[in-house]
Design a protein. Sequence first.
Length: 193
Amino acid sequence: MKKTVVTAVFLALFGIVQTNAQVTFNPGFRAGLNLSHFTKQYSNNYTNSSFLPDFSNKTDFYIGFLGALKLSKFYTLQPEINYSNQGSSFGSGTLNVSYVGLQIVNKIYLGDAVNMQIGTALDFATDSNFKLENDADMSFLLGLGADITKNIGLEFRVKKGLIPVFDYNNTGSHTNVLFQLGATYIFDLKQTK
């Protein structure tokens, strides 16, 4: 009985979405500025309290491809493949790590042009100048976007890693924190009949 009710509700919602909007798919690009650092959470077992690593922001870039699957006036599902240079400034040096990853972003439009972005990501390290704890990272992201024109948009995102990346002298397992500010360009593919 419960299965039937859930199926009926799903089909009704799907039908409403289909009658109110034409589903479209448009590819695009995204690129911009990264501000990244590692978390400053330290292990309780760390005995040398006179020195705790101070991770600060490192500036770099990201670039990627996206596919905007507009399912309704208020909702777009946007899978992305991205290349991102991240890491953290650390004392007088810089810890660098590069990732290629897949992101699934849910864009919820709050009006005609402004959207809220919620999603998840799975990133794989391609290069680093330090010993990584893990070669992969899973993360959640939140963001805001604005469509400037039909093709060009601006976006701001915060992305928080869940898997430890770096452990400096057993001070604790530090994860990625990433702020992104950039632009998108979405191609307008017209369907011919």
